[in-house]
Ligand binder design. Structure first.
Ligand code: 0WD
Length: 255
């Protein structure tokens, strides 16, 4: 589909095979890219190890994006094997369960700051830590959701985090632009994953999308992965600071 032979791709945010990042990593591998994967902590290791084997990479590193030392260590390990990073996939988000599915004004300070730290600040932190490995033509993508732009009641504080993430993409596109590094976002329709299971109403939303979206179906991992390949690759050489909806068209509908 797209020749990515020998391209070096760092993928953050695979928790299991349902993860959006897994679909993207698999597609990158299929196009010939070399992969480095990071995972957040020991409990995920046993699930991600077989995934790393399947994707034929031994570049598997623990990294909690809230810890600067972890990020430093991750990039240090990568730089031992790669001279540069061509693609970064940031597919990470988190808010405490107790701060989801509640009236928005009840959101705790801790929950708000945690959501912003892990789901927004981490994008800057990853890019900054990777800076010396990024080259003109390097491309970064992150994942967002329509709850950034319109109210999805169960999404609460994550909606605010995603709005900040989408704005960060524009500001990063500008600040990284002079280095020739592109930064874009994919706004994905709802998918059943570990993270989304914490947010209520996914099944109902999916049923509404099946009936109401222009394509009359829900999206699959592959739909997102194909757009990710485009944005990461040179096919999108003139695209930065942008957001592409991969949602079967649902976001264009008024009701
Ligand atoms: O419907 C959906 N699933 C959508 C997801 C629709 C639109 C957007 N997204 C976004 C999410 O908000 C997120 O940004 O896509 C991204 C990936 O989400 P996912 O694939 O749905 O979820 P999941 O498979 O759980 O991967 C997210 C992972 C974490 O999983 P858990 O479930 O363990 O929280 O983000 C990682 C972790 O692997 N993560 C971290 N990584 C490093 N440091 C951290 C952290 N501190 N916290 C979470």
């Amino acid at each position: 589909m797209i020749d990515m032979k020998g391209k070096k791709a760092l993928v953050l945010g695979i928790a299991n095979k349902h993860s959006i990042a897994y679909g993207i990593a698999k597609a990158l591998k299929e196009q010939g890219a070399d992969l480095a994967l990071s995972y957040v902590g020991a409990p995920i290791l046993k699930r991600i190890k077989p995934i790393a084997e399947e994707l034929e990479t031994d570049m598997l590193f623990e990294c909690d994006v809230t810890k600067e030392n972890d990020l430093k260590h991750l990039m240090g390990e990568i730089s031992k094997q790669w001279e540069q990073i061509d693609y970064i996939v940031h597919s990470i988000a988190f808010a405490p369960r107790s701060d989801l599915n509640i009236p928005f004004h009840e959101t705790s300070r801790h929950g708000f700051l945690t959501a912003m730290d892990i789901s927004v600040y981490s994008l800057l932190a990853v890019i900054r830590a990777a800076q010396s490995l990024l080259v003109p033509g390097s491309s970064v993508i992150t994942l967002t959701y329509y709850g950034a732009q319109k109210v999805v009641p169960s999404y609460g504080v994550m909606g605010i985090a995603k709005a900040a993430l989408e704005a960060s993409v524009r500001y990063l596109a500008h600040s990284m632009g002079e280095k020739g590094v592109r930064v874009n976002a994919i706004s994905a329709g709802p998918m059943k994953t570990l993270s989304s299971s914490a947010i209520g109403g996914i099944s109902q939303a999916q049923r509404r999308i099946e009936k109401g979206a222009p394509l009359a179906r829900n999206i699959e991992q592959e739909d997102i992965a194909k757009t990710a390949l485009y944005l990461l690759s040179d096919l999108a050489s003139g695209v930065t600071g942008d957001l592409i909806f991969v949602d079967a068209g649902m976001s264009v509908m008024a009701y």
